[in-house]
Design a protein around this ligand. Structure first.
Ligand code: AMP
Length: 476
């Protein structure tokens, strides 16, 4: 099948041709004709399958007729992360270059006033993360009752991130008569139930089983002690012919620590996680995309769906706690039939997560032995020794990790308690930027945020007399 068979306009076909695509991908072949017909679509597709063009191309044609009104967008695309939202906006710019559509991107970390002025002019396409969109809604800056096409992208990730209540609230503000496109990398029972709420008689399209990993990716597993992980990854990075690599950590603080350690050891590395400022994240991502940075240490949430071609390696510094993340992670390499390498460094304590991954992918990840493991163990022992010393003498060094660079230490201090599976603090910051007059949400979206932790006992407010030893009061 060729693009011209799909029923797209000449303007869109011209833009597609200029991007150099030769043929539609399977999800595009399956979804585009139904989107053009105005049908609801329930799509099972991961990032990397071309699903973004699968909905943006027909949407450009659908929106070609009609006029945007101030503060009343005609279509809405919900994305779980700022990076994905920005990527979809890039797609609209690329494919919509011959169509006169206006677009606004509502994501946290960017100025409200710029976003407001775009909305005031009227937009055909609104691309948003749920939190920032609700902030605008609450400030009365956007009305959603003119939305005729809704896209809920990466729905499973929205669920993982706790965004579904926000999504439900947003959908409740849309007209019931609309076209809805719902995409998820996996289609669990829960996802289906959710889709049933939002879609009407959808056309189901699915590409590749959600448990598949590309056959072109060589996978391997190294089992080490916790303290050996950093020396082991350095060894691997030196051994492998790394062109560009993602290194995934489960926790934000480990992203910072590992990044600092790699930089200290002379590697050309950057870091990406949800606690970094939006501008810093964008800057790092641009550097990684244009090759200035070779290695990107990141968390799952921050890196989800980020489209970088020709990634030679993916390293799992930790086994992901959600097995599906393994597929998402290693899906960054071995794209479009290219060769890729994915290595996982695990400790014995991660066995249960590894079992879940192997069950999901339906195969054992080959266990490998690392050449020079003795050196790795020696280095790890040295690090452990220095850490012990630092613990015994906290004044001389407050460093938790002896090979941690000062920059990483500063970053760690900032991000310490949060894990990436709770991306809430950054969203909370977004909310703070909202006008003080904004009405309060009935259920706080981020009850587990730092600062919302329950106070145990009397907290810091222990009355002084409680601290006086019993004997002393008795003597008085
Ligand atoms: P997505 O799954 O939407 O994140 O897209 C993954 C990558 O596939 C992006 O780099 C797109 O530019 C690319 N892509 C989308 N459609 C096609 C196509 N028909 N042919 C080749 N590449 C494509």
């Amino acid at each position: 099948m060729i693009f011209a068979d799909l029923g797209l306009s000449t303007e869109v076909l011209k833009a597609v041709k200029e991007t150099g695509y030769e043929n539609p991908t399977p999800i595009q072949e399956k979804a585009i004709p139904y989107v053009l017909m105005g049908r609801d679509v329930l799509g099972t597709a991961q990032t990397g399958t071309g699903k973004t063009a699968g909905f943006t191309l027909p949407m450009i044609d659908i929106l070609a007729s009609g006029q945007a009104k101030a503060r009343m967008p005609r279509s809405l695309i919900l994305e779980p992360t700022r990076e994905l939202a920005a990527q979809v906006a890039d797609n609209f710019e690329t494919y919509g270059k011959y169509s006169k559509l206006s677009m606004a991107l509502l994501i946290g970390g960017m100025s409200f006033s710029d976003q407001d002025s775009k909305l005031d002019k009227g937009v055909d396409v609104l691309i948003a993360t749920p939190g920032r969109l609700l902030d605008h809604v609450e400030r009365g800056k956007v009305l959603l009752n003119g939305v005729k096409t809704l896209v809920i992208d990466e729905a499973d990730r929205m669920m993982d991130m706790g965004f579904i209540p926000d999504v439900e609230r947003i959908v409740g503000l849309l007209p019931p008569l609309r076209q809805t496109l719902f995409f998820s990398a996996t289609m669990s029972k829960e996802m289906r139930k959710l889709a049933d709420k939002f879609l009407m008689n959808p056309k189901e399209v699915a590409v590749s089983a959600p448990t598949s990993t590309a056959a072109t990716v060589t996978q391997g597993l190294y089992v080490v002690q916790r303290a050996e992980k950093r020396p082991a990854i350095r060894k691997l990075l030196k051994r492998e012919e790394v062109r560009t690599a993602f290194i995934f950590c489960n926790r934000k603080k480990d992203v910072d620590i590992l990044h600092g350690s790699l930089v200290k050891h002379g590697f050309n590395a950057g870091a990406l996680h949800g606690d970094m400022s939006q501008s810093h994240r964008m800057e790092t991502l641009d550097k990684f995309k244009n090759g200035e940075i070779k290695i990107l240490v990141c968390s799952d949430v921050a890196a989800r769906g980020i489209d970088v071609s020709a990634v030679s390696h993916v390293f799992n510094f930790d086994v992901p706690t959600h097995a599906e993340d393994y597929i998402h992670r290693i899906g960054r390499t071995g794209r479009a039939g290219q060769e890729g390498h994915a290595y996982t460094i695990a400790t014995k304590s991660e066995a249960k997560y590894l079992d879940a991954v192997e069950k999901l992918v339906g195969r054992k990840i080959p266990l490998l032995t690392l050449d020079g493991m003795e050196e790795v163990s020696e280095e790890a022992a040295e690090i452990a020794e220095r850490e012990k010393k630092a613990e015994r003498n906290p004044k001389s060094s407050r460093r938790r990790n002896a090979d941690e660079a000062p920059k990483a230490r500063a970053a760690r201090k900032k991000s310490e308690p949060a894990t990436e599976s709770t991306p809430k603090p950054s969203v909370k910051k977004e909310n703070k930027a909202a006008s003080p007059s904004a009405p309060k949400r009935r259920t706080p979206r981020h009850a587990n945020d730092e600062g919302d932790a329950p106070v145990v006992g009397l907290g810091d407010n222990v009355p002084a007399f409680f601290k006086i030893p019993l004997g002393k009061t008795a003597q008085k």
